[in-house]
Design a protein around this ligand. Structure first.
Ligand SMILES: *Cc1c(COP(=O)(O)O)cnc(C)c1O
Length: 397
């Protein structure tokens, strides 16, 4: 991660196809496009790779989450359970629909804690949205059982974990709906883009219509199409999809590289008895985009993080203080700072996160460091990095 490190001839060729026809739109212009339908190609390849019946590509991962929720009929006042550790896109997509983001603790998997999910369920809960942060997954078996028992939808945010698996199945394909991001810093990237996958035909039909102003996509005269319900524009362009086609074809190659680099670093850090690695649920395999581990205390984690930085080891994150990934710094959400008026349903029902007790999440995140695994490192660079990391961490203990 990120896939742009290895841009090359494949990406260039796919983009050239689009430039040669000049058709940058995914729909229509049949006669001009020299047979190139890059977005359709991306969707077909993604559905196949993820073993799902349907894939729909859109303009971003945030759009994918919004569309996934909308396609399942989520709207004003519905509650969606999401983790305290994620990216702001989680609550943005929920709020965009007038629904209510209900934050819930994480555990040592760095993802939703199943017991905390159960405690947060109310008569308004409609969806549980686990976020497979930093390449590894939530306990999907436990979450699926909870969802089945309470009649809730399971929506996997697999934006950071594409290529990972659980019980042999691709992450994103296990819930009712799954979402990916192909933004510039993700494992595979097309500049800006994302996708929704599902086996549910109704959700898929809703998704492609909703993301294109409600167009029913019947026949071949766009202007004459019907609009069965209100929609929006979350379309992806053919230029982005062209890059996506090339990158998706390289996903498995990228995962192999990530696993190799991850393994060298992990083996080196295993020599430090104070380090404990994040828990990966039984039956899960990461996509190896990050190496995440815990130090014995908040203080030691901060010292180790500083020592890594002092040694010039870049790409290591201490999420506890991070503005974008941990609830503690989301004052714009907590204080409901929006440009215009928020929907009444949100204002009335949003819990007061200033008073919330997420000490369970704090316990794990305050001790955690996550280090990005790059694709472009040479073996020598990884080995040297491993040595530096061990020295830095040891010196801080
Ligand atoms: C990147 C990301 C998103 C949003 O994707 P964009 O394409 O940047 O909109 C959503 N969730 C998670 C966990 C992400 O990392």
């Amino acid at each position: 991660m990120p896939g742009f490190e290895l841009f090359g001839d494949k990406e260039r060729k796919e983009v050239q196809d689009v430039m040669d026809s000049g058709v940058l739109m995914r729909y229509g212009f049949d006669a001009m496009r020299n047979g190139h339908w890059k977005t359709k190609e991306l969707e077909t390849a993604l559905a196949e790779r993820m073993q799902t019946n349907h894939a729909h590509a859109v303009s971003s991962g945030t759009a994918a989450l919004t569309i996934a929720l909308a396609s399942a009929g989520i709207g004003a006042g519905d509650e969606v359970i999401m983790p305290t550790f994620t990216f702001v896109a989680s609550f943005e997509s929920i709020l965009a629909l007038g629904a209510v983001p209900v934050l819930v603790d994480i555990d040592d998997t760095l993802t939703l804690k199943p017991e905390a999910v159960v405690n947060a369920i109310t008569s308004k809960t409609k969806v549980v949205m686990p976020v497979h942060m930093c390449g590894s997954m939530a306990n999907l078996e436990a979450l699926k059982a909870i969802c089945d028992q309470h009649g809730l939808l399971l929506l996997e945010d697999a934006c950071q974990a594409i290529g990972g698996t659980y019980m042999g199945k691709p992450l994103g394909s296990i819930g009712d709906l799954g979402c990916f991001s192909f933004d510039y810093v993700k494992t595979i990237t097309c500049g800006e883009g994302g996708a929704v996958i599902t086996n549910n035909e109704d959700y898929y039909e809703n998704a492609h219509k909703y993301s294109d102003h409600g167009h029913d996509h019947m026949g071949n005269n766009r202007g004459a199409e019907e609009h069965p319900f209100l929609g929006y524009n979350f379309r992806i362009s053919e230029m982005n999809s062209a890059v996506g086609v090339a990158q998706l074809s390289r996903l498995d190659e990228f995962i192999v590289i990530q696993k190799k680099n991850y393994t060298i670093l992990r083996e080196a850090l295993s020599a430090i008895p104070e380090i404990v690695f994040r828990t990966v649920p039984d039956g899960g395999e990461e996509n190896y985009s990050f190496l995440s581990f815990f130090l014995p205390s908040e203080n030691l984690a901060q010292k180790a993080h500083q020592a890594l930085s002092d040694k010039g080891v870049d790409g290591c994150f201490y999420w506890y203080n991070n503005n974008w990934h941990y609830y503690k710094k989301w004052e714009h959400l907590t204080n409901m700072k929006s440009l215009g008026n928020l929907p009444k349903d949100v204002k009335e029902a949003l819990p007061d996160y200033n008073k919330a007790d997420f000490s369970e999440s704090d316990k794990w995140i305050s001790r955690n460091i996550s280090c990005l695994i790059k694709l472009g490192w040479s073996e020598k660079e990884v080995t040297e990095r491993a040595k530096k990391m061990v020295e830095a961490i040891k010196s801080s203990l």
